[in-house]
Every structure is written in structure tokens, then in C-alpha cells.
Write a new protein. Structure first.
Length: 282
């Protein structure tokens, strides 16, 4: 029996509060251990724990274009990020998908992974590749990379008391992910995410995720604010938002009041898990 330890980066040791003190050992003739690259601009790549960036993991094995094994882990499960299972010898294609969406994506075809759009999309990480299984026990350390691109909309003026939710509706890229190519699906999807903003104060940052179909692309977005009775209080359109694969585009500005004619300076730093591609005002 092999007690598998989580893969940790040399520069940072992650602590996961949700993991039980004594997790059950991982068993099976195939053991998968996951970590992911945290890409910091102009710095070296550091290995991070998947629990820092996701709430759910899917481990899927395909053979001859068919799904043969599908395992799910939740963040509060023991050994989150590791799985052990028994497979017949042969060559398989392994998909590991880390996300924080509330619904399970469709995984019958690794070239067309579809998430439910009920509550919006989350930041998503993946690994896809061949694994040759033998009768002997083996351990594979796989490192996930980001699949998503993101638009961050920061509302800088005060949010009126009657506004209860804000919806970001956006088109131009894909809500489907192709793990084989690492890009979005060919279909131009209609995506949306709704945020409860009751009792929220400015500045308020709202994030929307998508899968780019090419290394660069564009989105069109409609920002709509609603009151408690779903009446539209404010609506604003952003056209041709420039996007780059696995990077964030930031928009900042007033949504409820007129923008000042005085130029505004922004002091921006990239979050450690994202690199900023574009920053704009609206």
C-alpha cells in the first residue's frame, strides 16, 4: 500500500484546512497526483495546490474514444488532488478537470466539455494526455494548466440601494472546452453570470470566464442592473473586448453615474494566478 503525498511547490507549502487530519491512503494499480502551475508575470512558474483554486476535481479515463472511468472529488474529501484506481493494462487518455462550478460538466467527449450555465462559469484547469497502464502499481504526477480566460469588470461608483443583482451577459467566444486542443469549442456561445450585490459597496469587481477559440479573441458584453422586482435600472454595453488566451482583461468605470471628464489613473498589479492582458475604462 502506498501513502501518496500531495505535490507541493518548492517555494510555497500549501495548507488545506478542509482536508481531514488522517486521510485514507490511496490504493490502486494507478495513482494520479495533481498540482498546477501558478503563472506569475515575469517570474518563474511555481507549483500550487489544486485546493487553492478549485472546489471539484474530475478524473476521466478514455479508451478507443469512449469513456471507461469517471471519478469525482470534492474539496472537503480526504486526499483531494489524489486518486487511486484499478485499470486493465493498456493505453488510456486521462482527463483531469479542476473547477468550482456547481454543476457537473458533460465528459463523454473530451473535445466537447460543456458546463451548465445556471450559475455561471468558474476558473477551470485541466490536464489531458496518454497513460500506459501495466499490471504493476504506478504513480503519475500531472500538472494542470488554466483553460479559461477572464474579464474582470470593476464598478467604481456607489451602488444604489434599489439595485439587488447585476448580470453579465457575453458572447463571442465559447462555453465549451476542447481538452485535446486546449482551446474553446467551435460554437459561439451565449454565456452569462449573475451576482447578488445587495449591501455591496464600491469598488465592486465582477468576474466572467470563457474559453477562447484561438489565442486571441473578442467578447461583447451587456452589464445589466436589476431591482428586487427584476426591473432593469441600468444597462451598459461593452463592444469588442480584447481577449488573450489564459489571461485577464480588466474594465473599470462608473455604471450608475456619469463618468468624470477628468482623467483617472489606475494603479494595477496582476494577481498571482493571472496575468493582465488589457485594462480599459468604460
Amino acid at each position: 500500500m502506498l501513502v501518496a503525498m500531495m505535490a507541493l511547490g518548492a517555494c510555497e507549502k500549501a495548507v488545506v484546512d478542509e482536508q481531514p487530519e488522517e486521510a485514507k491512503p490511496v490504493e490502486g494499480n494507478v495513482i494520479i497526483r495533481t498540482s498546477l502551475y501558478n503563472i506569475v508575470p515575469f517570474e518563474t512558474r511555481a507549483v500550487q495546490h489544486v485546493a487553492d483554486f478549485s472546489n471539484m476535481l474530475k478524473f476521466v479515463f478514455y479508451q478507443n474514444d469512449e469513456k471507461v472511468k469517471d471519478l469525482t472529488q470534492k474539496k472537503d474529501d480526504g486526499n483531494y488532488g489524489e486518486v487511486g484506481l484499478t485499470l486493465q493494462p493498456g493505453t488510456y487518455q486521462l482527463l483531469v478537470l479542476a473547477h468550482s462550478s456547481t454543476g457537473n460538466p458533460t465528459l463523454s467527449d473530451p473535445t466537447s466539455i460543456q458546463f451548465t450555465n445556471t450559475t455561471g462559469y468558474s476558473d477551470t484547469f485541466y490536464y489531458y494526455g496518454d497513460i500506459v497502464v501495466t499490471k504493476e502499481q504506478q504513480t503519475h504526477d500531472v500538472r494542470l494548466q488554466r483553460a479559461t480566460s477572464m474579464v474582470r469588470v470593476t464598478i467604481t461608483d456607489d451602488i444604489p440601494a434599489e439595485v439587488k443583482r447585476i448580470r453579465l451577459y457575453y458572447t463571442g467566444e465559447s462555453g465549451v472546452f476542447n481538452a485535446v486542443t486546449g482551446m474553446g469549442g467551435t460554437v459561439n456561445s451565449k454565456q452569462s453570470v449573475t451576482f447578488s450585490v445587495e449591501d455591496k459597496t464600491a469598488p465592486l469587481a465582477l468576474s466572467a470566464y470563457t474559453f477562447l477559440r484561438n489565442e486571441t479573441g473578442t467578447l461583447n458584453m451587456t452589464i445589466t442592473a436589476y431591482d428586487a422586482n427584476d426591473n432593469v435600472k441600468v444597462e451598459k454595453e461593452l463592444k469588442n473586448i480584447p481577449m488573450k488566451n489564459r489571461m485577464v482583461t480588466e474594465y473599470s468605470g462608473n455604471l450608475f453615474t456619469a463618468q468624470s471628464n477628468t482623467a483617472t489613473n489606475f494603479n494595477l498589479t496582476a494577481e498571482t494566478e493571472w496575468e493582465v492582458y488589457q485594462q480599459q475604462t468604460f
